[in-house]
Write a protein that binds this ligand. Structure first.
Ligand code: AGP
Length: 611
């Protein structure tokens, strides 16, 4: 996510902004910038922006010494709209620099706003959604900052935390938020806003958390707050007890747990911008209906968890769009000399967009004349830049080595692509399409509900903590889900965990099952439930300790397993997004019980940039 810092007070602002942004570096970024008011309302705001690391901004400002002024805002950008460039870096300004804005979040209706603002004579300098906010503020600002902010945010759809400077209001910093966090803080030296506590901890522990649609006004004497009626509101400050490291994890013990809990928002940020009036809109993909109809086959390639996403996508795409889908491990794909037919679309899935095997597979496909589409979480990454089409997930930076929120948002991207392909190709009825769109929009809330099973999964993890082996079984889409469940457990707990198609057990593996073997069965696919229950009975009768994971209302497993976890009901195709939540939590708490460094498991890297 992007990072925001603002300060005004009795000290030079620029060094404080740079320090604050450094404490937000853990959020991931690819460009940075600051805006400083030198205290004279007739002087333009000083804007300094760089592509890359904060070090470049420090060098540009001689560690903040060249920018004199006691109020300012700063930003580290995690690109979501527009490549990582200086032009797209924040702050964005409007009105010949009369207004400067930094933003964390996603403005879903920025394209419509851009058209309106261009008709009003505004000329855009960037590809970002944020620049629309700067121009809107300039348009509505007639001297009353609260009024201008209220009018502006009423036009915004999506999530935002904003830091704002008005040239003619030196010594003041403004902020407002909806669905992206923003805090205010005060000290003897002045007042702060920030995306997160770590930015201000070196200066104060006196913090106030803004609620949605609350406005904050900072002066050197402190902070005042307003609601959307422009009325003053009183807010409570509290003393933060965290240390800096704990604060970077938002109070969670590990980044992985924080990112598990970020999944509802990550899913919302990935899905909602693509749903308009009940339809999936993938304009940014740039694929015409003709291009979609011309696709004869899909070849998917990825590694690790991204490969599990492809295994899921195969079922979904074939069922919905009637397209044959092949799935390969990227490290295997180009070495099997695949037969690549005319009309094959190569789809590469990658969180980092830098995985060497996946990048090599993409290049192999392009060298062999294939059209390519990438599903990537990092804007401007190698795979994103080299693919013909890119579908960006909006999970935000993922710090923990074991992927969680990126995996979930990749699934959502695949669902939307499959549904869009299906309706364009006429293989899905309007009724089914509409029912699936409704179910898709419900997923973020259902994931939020499911996170409530955390304590139960922590208790169940105790039963796995001393296991030597663990087995995960499922049929159909559930097989793709247990592949991910097994990988999560093995990569962060070091327990030997294997996933099997439930029908495959009797062809050899069942010989491994003995008294006390830990077996987790996922059963959510209606047509396969009965068969899966008989697989469970096979395993149970050989002494296994059985964990069942199924949908609410399906009690067929209750008598066959030792423990059952239920997930909310959804469309069959979307269950992978729900069953993965308990699987992630189980792996996390087993790892914790075994005293392992959850965020940095041995031998693993977040992005495998070597073959
Ligand atoms: C998943 O938890 C692992 N960290 C790993 O399997 C990862 O999914 C794989 O290396 C692919 O990475 P990518 O999505 O960045 O290409």
């Amino acid at each position: 996510m992007c990072g925001i810092v603002g300060f005004t007070g009795r000290r030079q602002a620029c060094p404080i902004l740079l320090d604050g942004l450094e404490h937000l570096e853990y959020r991931g970024y690819d460009s940075a910038g600051i805006a400083i008011s030198d205290g004279n309302k007739d002087h333009p705001l000083h804007i300094r922006r760089v592509k890359g690391r904060l070090r470049a901004l420090r060098e540009m400002t001689h560690d903040g010494q060249t920018e004199q002024g006691s109020s300012g805002i700063g930003h580290t950008r995690w690109a979501t709209h527009g490549e990582p460039t200086v032009e797209n870096a924040h702050p964005h300004v409007s009105g010949e620099g009369r207004v400067a804005v930094v933003h964390n979040g996603i403005i879903e209706n920025y394209q419509d706003l851009r058209v309106t603002l261009e008709k009003r004579g505004y000329v855009f300098q960037s590809q970002t959604d944020t620049e629309t906010v700067a121009h809107l503020l300039d348009y509505y600002y007639k001297g009353d900052a609260v009024d201008a902010i209220m009018r502006t945010v009423m036009h915004l759809r999506g999530s935002f935390a904003l830091g704002i400077l008005f040239q003619d209001r030196p010594g003041e910093v403004w902020g407002v938020r909806r669905d992206s966090p923003l805090i205010a803080a005060t000290s003897d030296d002045g007042a702060f806003i920030a995306s997160d506590v770590p930015a201000i901890l070196p200066y104060t522990r006196n913090v106030c958390y803004l609620n949605n649609m609350e406005i904050v006004h900072l002066t050197e004497d402190g902070a005042e707050f307003f609601n959307m009626d422009g009325e003053h509101i009183d807010k409570d400050f509290q003393q933060v007890q965290w240390d800096v490291e704990a604060a970077e994890k938002g109070g969670y013990a590990h980044f992985m747990l924080k990112e598990i809990h970020e999944q509802p928002k990550a899913m919302q940020d990935t899905i909602h911008p693509h749903i308009r009036d009940g339809r999936i809109v993938l304009d940014e993909l740039g694929m015409s209906d003709e291009e979609i109809r011309a696709v004869r086959r899909i070849q998917m390639v990825a590694c690790g968890s991204a490969w599990h996403v492809c295994m899921t996508a195969r079922y979904v795409m074939e069922q919905m769009a009637g397209l044959p889908v092949d799935v390969d491990l990227a490290s295997e794909f180009r070495y099997r000399n695949p037969v690549l037919e005319e009309g094959t679309l190569l789809m590469v899935v990658s969180q980092s967009g830098e995985t060497a095997d996946s990048l090599a597979a993409l290049r192999y496909g392009k060298d062999h004349g294939m059209r390519t589409l990438a599903i990537v979480n990092v804007m401007g990454s190698s795979i994103a830049r080299e693919a013909d089409r890119v579908f960006y997930t909006s999970a935000g930076p993922e710090i923990a080595v074991a992927t969680t929120k990126a995996y979930s948002t990749q699934l959502a991207a695949c669902y939307m692509l499959a549904m869009h392909f299906a309706i364009v190709r006429g293989t899905m009825s309007e009724e089914d399409y509409s029912r699936h769109v409704t179910a898709l929009l419900a997923l973020p809330h259902q994931i939020e509900q499911l996170l409530g099973c955390e304590n139960r999964m922590q208790w169940l993890a105790g039963k796995y903590a001393n296991s030597r082996d663990a087995f995960f079984i499922g049929r159909g889409l559930d097989y793709a889900s247990v592949l991910e469940g097994a990988l999560k457990l093995k990569e962060i707990s070091y327990i030997h965990a294997e996933a099997y198609a439930a029908g495959e057990l009797k062809h050899g593996t069942i010989s491994l099952i003995e008294k006390g073997s830990m077996v987790l069965a996922v059963a959510t696919q209606k047509e396969l439930l009965e068969k899966e229950v008989s697989n469970i009975v096979e395993v149970k009768s050989r002494g296994a300790t059985m964990l069942g994971l199924t949908m609410e209302g399906n009690y067929a497993m209750e008598d066959q397993v030792d423990f059952t976890i239920y997930v909310p009901r959804t469309e069959d195709c979307f269950y992978p997004s729900l069953v993965v939540i308990p699987l992630q939590l189980l792996a996390y708490y087993v790892s914790l019980a075994r005293g392992i460094d959850v965020d940095k498991p041995r031998n693993l890297a977040k992005s495998v940039t070597v073959e």
